[in-house]
Design a protein around this ligand. Structure first.
Ligand code: ZN
Length: 203
């Protein structure tokens, strides 16, 4: 039962293809779990298509239609190989770095992504806090397994956290199971050990 969803602004940016890659991967992970957001996304995409129909026509080169039809005959490129069979789509096909210990009971595995955001997996043992950080841009966290709690509530598998304030209370793993999350952020103001790890590892 998913309780926490991305904002409509984030889903609209995802539909428009303007979310940086790392944030889009977190949003797509939530969408894989959430039929409610998939329905909202379909509506947003249909709205985008309707807006395209209202754009003024532009002139094309004389062979544009032939070139387009030629592209339709080409086979679709094969999907990227599955690199992480233990992770849900689309994370199963993304390149990840190695695991880094970033504190007692907390490990971080960076995502090899392009664009204006960084991201990675965070695995924290029961009772441990997820990295505490400030937000100078958008930040998304999707729980893959286990659960954490912060001032906005409890987040379990499939839930997406999109805080618009700094974490006064760092997210803390609850329950007996370790919590695995995918986190992405445009903000670079990480504090503490994850900030240090980020400077050592790079993006
Ligand atoms: Zn949702």
């Amino acid at each position: 039962m998913i309780v926490h969803h991305p904002s409509e602004a984030t889903l609209a940016a995802y539909a428009a293809g303007t979310l940086p890659e790392a944030l889009a991967l977190v949003a797509a992970t939530h969408l894989g779990h959430c039929p409610v957001c998939r329905a909202t996304l379909a509506t947003l995409e249909a709205t985008g298509g309707a807006l395209l129909e209202d754009l003024p026509p532009v002139s094309l080169s004389i062979d544009a239609l032939d070139r387009l039809m030629g592209r339709l005959d080409q086979p679709a490129p094969p999907p990227p190989p599955v690199l992480n069979p233990d992770l849900p789509a689309p994370l199963d096909r993304v390149a990840l770095g190695r695991w880094w210990a970033i504190g007692a009971g907390v490990r971080y595995r960076p995502l090899r992504s392009n664009g204006a955001a960084w991201g990675g997996l965070v695995l924290a043992k029961p009772g441990r806090s997820l990295p505490r950080h400030g937000h100078s841009g958008r930040e998304l966290t999707c729980v893959l397994s286990g659960a954490f709690a912060d001032q906005e509530g409890t987040f379990a598998a499939g839930d997406l956290s999109e805080p618009d304030v700094d974490h006064d209370q760092p997210p803390t793993v609850i329950g007996a199971q370790a919590c695995l999350c995918i986190i992405a952020s445009e903000g670079m103001r990480l504090r503490g050990l994850l900030g240090l790890a980020q400077r050592i590892i790079g993006r």
